[in-house]
Design a binder for this molecule. Sequence first.
Ligand SMILES: *[C@@H]1O[C@H](CO)[C@@H](O)[C@H](O)[C@H]1NC(C)=O
Ligand SMILES: *[C@@H]1O[C@H](CO)[C@@H](O)[C@H](O)[C@H]1NC(C)=O
Length: 183
Amino acid sequence: MESSLLRMLGAIMCALAATANVVPVQDFELEKMAGKWYIVAMASDAHWFVNNKAEMKMGTVVLAPTTEGNLDITFANRKADGSCWRQSHLANKTDSPRHFVFHSSVWNNDNDMHFVKVQYDDFALVSTNKTRDGASVTLNALYKRNQEVSEELQQEFKEFSLEKETQADNIVMLPKYDECSEA
Ligand SMILES: *[C@@H]1O[C@H](CO)[C@@H](O)[C@H](O)[C@H]1NC(C)=O
Ligand SMILES: *[C@@H]1O[C@H](CO)[C@@H](O)[C@H](O)[C@H]1NC(C)=O
């Protein structure tokens, strides 16, 4: 009786601790975002996303803050033929600590990237507005330090994406796939 009560209290404490780890907006520390993340889920109503979502797989992103407070971002995805697709951007800081901007010459679009919710050692909810020729689309992503995603976090990402007005059909949990080595 007593021990099950203790276990229950323990579980509650853990749950509280987990919630407390979510970093309040004003305390964001870019250095703690450094390193490799798996992109385990994405959501967008953009045409390119809707047309390709069925084939998309888990990829990686490596974040490297610069001494100036900007952010080097390198995406990598293993392609079906086994080769790796990589794309790097140097994103500029803005007046808001969680907000970065970069231009993609590959897609010819301007990207506004927000780290909306962050738990440095576990996950990050990232929302990016992509603007090209005056038209904007939003891409939401779930970054994870490992490839495992709990039901709870999947649910949180779905709600986050729905709040950003993404259609439910376009919220995709990506299947695990061979990762590219860090080059
Ligand atoms: C980033 O900053 C550099 C140097 O200030 C500037 O030349 C460049 O246009 C900026 N890029 C974006 C997307 O704001
Ligand atoms: C993206 O666009 C939406 C709608 O215009 C806006 O509410 C949101 O703040 C923008 N987010 C970013 C990251 O710029």
